[in-house]
Design a protein around this ligand. Structure first.
Ligand code: FES
Ligand code: FES
Length: 161
């Protein structure tokens, strides 16, 4: 068995440390060692996007990242979105626009959309669809997911004006 290594990083603003084998994937460290079960495992082959997290300002599928790559990084998961009991505009958007049914894909959808709105605060429908194409939903169809992202974009831009 490979020697374990301590890896420390910031998770939703809090410093954490995990002891991992070099082959351990970030999604497993998050779910099994750090009890952050918001990021889900759908495929483990980089197709579904259920495991999406933000890593140092990039949207990544955490089933494609080794935990040892995260030393000193900043990781944001869906658990970091609600602040002081207030839902994030994206969480509100998915609720208001009925962007989910079973909710399995939702943490990845929201985390992915978060990075889109950071980079492009008022995306067109086409841009939203393009950006979200790597996140699959098996139950809703995508129309309400697009509307949820548009809702959040509007709410966030009016908060800045
Ligand atoms: S579990 Fe990572 S992309 Fe599907
Ligand atoms: S809401 Fe069920 S997989 Fe998307």
């Amino acid at each position: 068995m490979a020697k374990k290594q301590a890896v420390s990083f910031k998770l939703n603003g809090r410093q954490v440390e995990v002891l991992v084998e070099p082959r351990e994937l970030l999604i497993h460290s998050l779910r099994e060692k750090l009890q952050h079960t918001g990021p889900h495992i759908g495929c483990e082959t980089s197709h579904c996007g259920a495991c999406t997290v933000d890593l140092d300002g990039m949207s990544v599928k955490s089933c494609t990242v080794l935990t040892v790559q995260c030393q000193d990084a900043e990781v944001l998961t869906i658990e970091g979105f609600e602040q002081s009991g207030e839902l994030h505009a994206l969480q509100e958007g998915f609720t208001q626009e009925h962007g989910l049914q079973c909710g399995y894909c939702t943490p990845g959808m929201i985390t992915r959309a978060f990075r889109l709105l950071k980079e492009n605060p008022s995306p067109s429908e086409e841009e939203i669809r393009y950006w979200m194409a790597g996140n699959l939903c098996r139950c809703t169809g995508y129309q309400n997911i697009v509307k949820a992202v548009q809702y959040a974009a509007k709410k966030m831009s009016s908060a800045h004006t």
